[in-house]
Design a protein around this ligand. Structure first.
Ligand SMILES: [Zn+2]
Length: 466
């Protein structure tokens, strides 16, 4: 594959096997009053860090939101933390500041400064207020921890109180992680940069994979032991090691001998999208299944014995076994044409997707709020809940897929491919695709992964994009 030196990919990660915060900013922790408890040391670093110099940041990658830029601060002697307090019922900002010696005029000035950034009446309970001083017995800095990423810092200067927002500087790194499946995605054996994963980040990666491949892989039915995946994840990591944002830039899924690459690309006019090797969106007009992780209990057939009617008849749909109340998702975008009771279907929904396709969802225990005929629904939207209304012996979803008004097997019908990358951006996509898949390839699969197409799976192997 050709290399593309001009592309602004994240650089090879210097901290690849080290501390996730090692590429980030360094804080200068300066004066600490004698007798300050350990907790205060953390407070000092939080408040004093805006006085420290910021480490240079890596260039912004081309297809992400720009990372927050640290606010430059005039050099000054860092204040010493005096006190910290928490807003709660019966403990207002006014009371906290009054206790710190900021009453009357001082408080009014602080409020005015705060209003430039946030509404002081809407500060949440639990918000931590830290007070610090350069001169003993005064308070000339107040810091409000608005959230994990932003602190509102108020400084007393000669001309009065000034407020500014300090944003945590994140370091950007790239993770290469893979997994081999023994029984299901959620218990995959991980390999690669696993030591750098934040707590529960593996679950985040599984969820992202399930979303990226929702159109190609039914994660209940299509998964086999030995299936494997690998992902390239670009992350924004806070100094404390927590992850502010993580994007899967590229992924590869080995499913029953099928190799399914997916590369993230943001077109000029659209949100992020994943594309296969040929530049076709992995997102299709229809999801593989209306339930996320449920087994098929009865497939599509022309003849079967009906347990209630006690006679042979065709089953012109697919049954998914699931607990009552399980979310049912619209497999495609469209307009609701039926929503309510319809004979043996029980409580059901029918969606018209276009002049060709309709889908039906039957035996529901209930409809999602706002679902009624005429309403437009999005693909993947929750439209109802699994039940056993109508002709049903146990809770399950009966799903029908109609082409030109005739029920067809949704698992066999040939569907149109996803949208392609626009021709004008194809070269840019291909550069990214080549570079990322090449890097992903650097993370080899362990022997437990089944790389070759399994015999007898030729029908799947032939249709990698369906
Ligand atoms: Zn059925």
């Amino acid at each position: 594959m050709p290399s593309t030196p001009h592309e602004l990919e994240p650089p090879p990660d210097p901290a690849a096997h080290g501390d996730p915060g090692s590429g980030g900013p360094r804080f200068r922790v300066l004066g600490i009053a004698a007798g300050v408890v350990l907790a205060s040391v953390l407070l000092v670093s939080l408040i004093a860090r805006s006085s420290g110099s910021q480490a240079p940041r890596p260039p912004d990658p081309p297809d992400s939101h720009p990372a927050l830029t640290p606010v430059p601060t005039p050099a000054a002697a860092p204040p010493v933390v005096r006190d910290a307090d928490t807003l709660r019922a019966g403990r207002s900002l006014g009371q906290v500041l009054a206790a710190a010696g900021l009453g009357g005029d001082g408080y009014a000035q602080v409020l005015t400064a705060i209003r430039a950034h946030v509404n002081p009446r809407k500060l949440p309970r639990g918000l931590v207020v830290r007070m610090a001083a350069r001169v003993p017995e005064t308070t000339d800095r107040v810091a409000l921890a608005l959230d994990q990423d932003r602190t509102l810092v108020l400084d007393h200067r000669r001309e009065g109180w000034r407020a500014r927002i300090d944003s945590v500087s994140v370091s950007i790194d790239t993770l290469y992680v893979g997994g081999v499946i023994e029984s299901n995605l959620w218990t995959s054996e991980l390999f690669g940069d696993t030591a750098r994963l934040a707590p529960n980040e593996n679950v985040e990666i599984f969820l992202k994979l399930a979303r990226i491949y929702a159109w190609q892989v039914d994660f209940f039915r299509d998964i086999r032991p030995g299936d494997a995946f690998r992902v390239m994840v670009r992350r924004e990591v806070r100094p404390d090691g927590s992850v502010r944002r993580a994007d899967v830039l590229a992924a590869e899924f080995l499913n029953q001998g099928r190799r399914l690459p997916a590369v993230r690309f943001v077109t000029a006019d659209g949100p992020e999208e994943y594309y296969d090797e040929n530049g076709n969106a992995t997102r299709k007009a229809f999801l593989r299944a209306p339930l996320k992780f449920s087994p098929i209990t009865s497939g599509f057939s022309r003849r079967r014995y009906h347990p209630i009617l006690h006679r042979w008849r065709a089953h012109r749909g697919i049954d998914y076994g699931a607990a009552r109340g399980t979310n049912v998702h619209a497999t495609g975008a469209g307009v609701v044409t039926r929503a309510g009771w319809w004979d043996g279907y029980g409580r059901m929904i029918e969606i018209r997707h276009n002049s060709l396709y309709r889908t039906r969802y039957a035996h529901l225990s209930g409809l999602a709020r706002g679902i009624h005929p005429g309403v437009r629904v999005q693909q993947n939207q929750v439209i109802g809940y699994v039940g056993m209304t109508g002709l049903a012996t146990a809770p399950h979803l009966h799903y029908e897929f109609l082409v030109n008004g005739v029920q067809r097997d949704p698992r066999r019908v040939k569907l149109p491919p996803g949208k392609p990358v626009p021709q004008s951006q194809l070269a840019s996509f291909e550069r990214r695709r080549d570079r990322r898949l090449e890097r992903l390839d650097g993370l080899g699969f362990p022997p437990a992964a089944h790389l070759a197409a399994a015999p007898g799976d030729t029908d799947r192997g032939r249709e990698p994009s369906e």
